[in-house]
Design a protein around this ligand. Structure first.
Ligand SMILES: Cc1cc2nc3c(=O)[nH]c(=O)nc-3n(C[C@H](O)[C@H](O)[C@H](O)COP(=O)(O)OP(=O)(O)OC[C@H]3O[C@@H](n4cnc5c(N)ncnc54)[C@H](O)[C@@H]3O)c2cc1C
Length: 382
């Protein structure tokens, strides 16, 4: 039976960052990923926004958390950051949960740049209470995925197994003994590890169940990011606040913009701790305890692009051309408590010692560094 210092379950950005950080300190790591590649889910299918806090006028804690790690995230991923576009935040005249005066006070309190400007001619003045020029960048999820994959390959003390998931786990003299199923080779193997990290995001509770820990209170939704191009001119980013609104953001350094909407990005919501959706009756391989990749699934929903386009057209006139390119789907998961203030904290919990079990539930991508506070060098038992 092979022995590792850490078994990390989940090959999104949080699992990959934890693997590289721990391996650089000498730990022997096994990183397992259920799908046939790393970075196929939330870490790639997202708005690619490096949050600077603007988005969370109702949760100062989330706004501050974004700001806390932003500079380091940008420094560590410099070549994958797009900082050369104008970014506008607009307050809708109707139905916004935060008005212009509140937004200005909030930005001042947070000390983030926010300058009220004239609404340009290609935007619809009648819908916008006030428009702000802000400073918020976009990261390139595809290039960042490539960066972590290369980094992991170069680290001799990291083994990565794709098409692999844990099937059984028990404790024995300060270790977890974990049975792994490797789908590709259709075989099972057992490994031993003194530490396990659960970094599976939408499958968090499936893994907690398997290791006999209490589930955390989550909700889930099937989320669609639509991607558009604008053939003639470079678009600014536009985020309309605050509540059930929409956003147009450059997708990193690519030619695409993501178009998303609080109303139409979610297709189906699951209020159970594990993601349970109607489409799982068609695709029975996708189970609540181990959901599959929606992009490889024939039962995924039809696009909501036309509804999202109609919504953004309340603010942008027809001179701004938007050409639909494609959509990507994934499961978005949130803490049930986020419902009240729209917060997105990143939780890193140590649930047992000797053997140690850690659970990461990710809020924002630039909070990958949060694990370092819990897995301090003292707790890294190598
Ligand atoms: C639609 C959407 C928009 C978002 N926009 C932004 C944004 O603009 N900015 C921002 O900072 N954040 C954003 N987020 C949040 C951010 O994307 C997530 O917090 C982050 O990507 C989570 O990373 P992760 O590594 O925990 O999860 P994931 O990237 O989902 O990785 C988890 C991995 O675990 C694997 N896994 C699951 N079950 C098992 C198993 N049983 N065995 C082995 N492996 C398993 C999965 O296949 C997956 O690869 C957005 C999220 C969504 C969904």
């Amino acid at each position: 039976m092979e022995t590792f210092d850490y078994l990390i379950v989940g090959g999104g950005i949080f699992g990959c960052y934890a693997a590289t950080w721990l391996a650089e300190q000498g730990a022997r790591i096994l990183l397992i990923e259920k799908e046939n590649d790393l970075f196929l889910k939330a870490s790639t299918v997202n708005q690619a926004r490096i949050h600077s806090g603007y988005h969370y006028p109702r949760s100062i804690a989330t706004a501050r958390l974004s700001e806390e790690y932003k500079a380091r995230f940008i420094k560590d991923h410099r070549s994958f950051i797009n900082d050369s576009f104008q970014h506008f935040y607009a307050i809708d005249k109707f139905g916004s949960m935060t008005d212009a005066a509140q937004f200005e006070r909030f930005c001042k309190h947070l000390e983030v740049p926010c300058r009220a400007i004239e609404v340009p001619r290609y935007m619809k003045k009648e819908r916008i209470e006030r428009l702000y020029e802000t400073q918020e960048f976009s990261f390139d999820p595809i290039r960042i995925g490539g960066f972590y994959k290369r980094k992991l390959e170069e680290l001799p003390n990291v083994t990565v197994l794709t098409n692999c998931q844990p099937k059984q786990a028990f404790r024995e003299s300060g270790n977890f003994i974990v049975e792994l199923e490797i789908a590709e080779k259709q075989h099972f193997t057992k490994i031993k590890s003194a530490n396990v990290i659960n970094a599976t995001y939408s499958a968090t509770n499936g893994i907690l169940d398997l290791f006999a820990f209490r589930q955390i209170e989550l909700t889930h939704e099937i989320a669609e990011m639509t991607f558009v191009k604008s053939p003639k001119k470079q678009l600014p980013a536009l985020t309309v606040m605050d509540g059930s609104f929409c956003s147009l953001m450059p997708y990193g350094l690519s030619e695409f913009y993501s178009l998303s909407s609080v109303a139409y990005t979610p297709h189906e919501v699951s209020k159970t701790n594990q993601p349970k959706f109607n489409c799982q009756q068609i695709n029975t391989k996708c189970r609540p305890e181990a959901p599959s990749d929606c992009n490889q699934c024939a039962a995924r929903p039809m696009t909501n692009f036309s509804k999202m386009e109609k919504q953004i057209r309340r603010y942008l006139d027809e001179s701004v051309e938007l050409e639909y390119a494609h959509s990507k789907f994934t499961i978005k998961s949130k803490l049930k408590s986020s419902h009240i203030d729209d917060s997105r904290p990143t939780e890193v919990l140590q649930l047992s010692k000797n053997p140690s079990f850690y659970c990461i539930f990710a809020g924002k991508i630039n909070s990958i560094y949060h694990i370092e506070q819990i897995l301090s060098p003292k707790s890294i038992m190598i």
